[in-house]
Design a protein around this ligand. Sequence first.
Ligand code: HEC
Ligand code: HEC
Ligand code: HEC
Length: 438
Amino acid sequence: MSYRTVHAPASVLLLAALATSAALAAPGAGDEAQARQIRQGEYLARAADCAACHSAPKGKPFAGGLPLASPIGAIYSSNITPDPDTGIGRYSLEDFDRAVRHGIGKDGSTLYPAMPYPSYAKVSPDDVQALYAYFMHGVQPVSQPNRKPDIRWPLSMRWPLAAWRKLFAPTPVAAVKDAAAADHDPIRRGRYLVEGLGHCGACHTPRGFALQEKALGGDNRAFLSGAVVDGFLAKNLRSDAGDGLGRWSEADIVALLRSGRNDHSAAFGGMADVVQHSTQHMTDADLAAIAAYLKSLAPVRAGTQAPVYDGTAHEALRTGTDRSNGALTYLNNCAACHRSSGKGYAQTFPALALSSTVHSADPTSLIHIVLRGGAMPATVSAPTRFTMPAFDERLSDQDVADVLTFVRASWGNHAPAVSASQVAKVRKAADAAPGPGH
Ligand code: HEC
Ligand code: HEC
Ligand code: HEC
């Protein structure tokens, strides 16, 4: 099956390393079937992006210790290397499954849902087994004790989490029926990858009163309808023509996930990491399945008109007839890359005209990227990290509001204006420098 292939050439070295560590770790492991299972486990660990949370930036792979913010204090990811004392070396397959799909630790207590087990509940038992084989035999053991959450008593008591889990996490058994036979039909395979392993909803689905995702499956229009995570809007991925993926082809989606960019747009914020560590490593068949599934999702709002390009703003910028602060700020700071037509340069500088990112009702991502700048992920298929400079020191809150309001109302775009107070809020939250004159 094509999704089991691993990418060369780094993979060749990895395979050799895996084969040796497997051979050392367990008798009879030189066996081709197990090597294949470990390889598949490695692929699945990438699709599930376990490293995003379990590898700290300067730490050893999968040794944990990465802080994850929660409203009651930071939670630290666990060491999931096969070290017997500080990692999961003594976990049986059943213990591992209970943690990954059920959200229950080895000592029986419930895990914080910062670990996305409500999504992983949909992972098939075969895939859990392959993941287990990889973590036991394909990952280097690292001795590093887990860090306790920075949460004070009584909020640190874990028993309320069990109630949360019973209310909001689906039971794996029921969900697995859906996953069976998902491999041959692209939309079913895509559903499995997006709702399950890829846990795309953990960022892209809005959360309810108890921080639970409002929906875990595509039939509900809240699923993947957009949510703010770590200072960026993880945008609407449903088929809306304005702020969703309605105007993207399946090939556009595949290109973004494979290379971090396409003819319209580029990944930034948390999505740049997802592309870098996870989706760029997936097979063509799996990326096509994800695209087919996303395109099958009904829009959040039915019947909205697709925006149509309008050349008025381009003409006004070219002839200098628009002297507003928004237009002048755009000409002086943005047009060199995004052009006065707003169309940018394909694969290099994203288009702002008719962009679904620009159309998002919530302007958080736009303000954030203008203040702090951005760099595309460097991927195997597109290694150049085109960057956008930060404008936090150069532009005031009012300038940023004016230029984004201009962008959101030009070239056929029609999204709500941005206010200086919205910019001030993001400037603070994103740790950006104070504006000019401070
Ligand atoms: C979005 C972040 C995130 C991702 C992605 C993630 N985890 Fe976790 N995981 C955590 C956090 C945080 C904890 C600790 C939770 C706690 O302490 O209650 C954890 C705990 C665990 C545990 C329990 C360890 C123990 O000490 O009992 C296991 C096993 C585990 N994760 C495996 C995985 C695997 C395998 C993957 C990929 C398939 C994965 N995780 C992906 C955040 C994540
Ligand atoms: C860690 C949080 C996170 C996860 C997990 C995540 N995303 Fe995203 N995603 C974002 C953010 C933030 C953005 C907005 C920035 C951008 O447009 O690149 C985004 C944007 C996107 C875009 C639009 C990109 C563009 O340039 O317009 C697509 C497509 C996408 N995500 C697909 C996915 C898929 C498919 C998954 C699951 C495999 C996924 N995302 C998982 C955070 C995440
Ligand atoms: C030097 C070239 C350059 C300049 C100048 C520049 N940008 Fe960008 N812009 C980029 C690049 C490159 C990206 C993609 C960054 C990434 O993916 O992290 C980008 C991304 C964006 C995005 C996200 C679009 C999407 O769909 O992914 C917006 C919005 C944006 N820029 C607005 C602006 C505004 C407004 C200005 C002027 C204040 C500006 N840019 C100036 C190069 C530039």
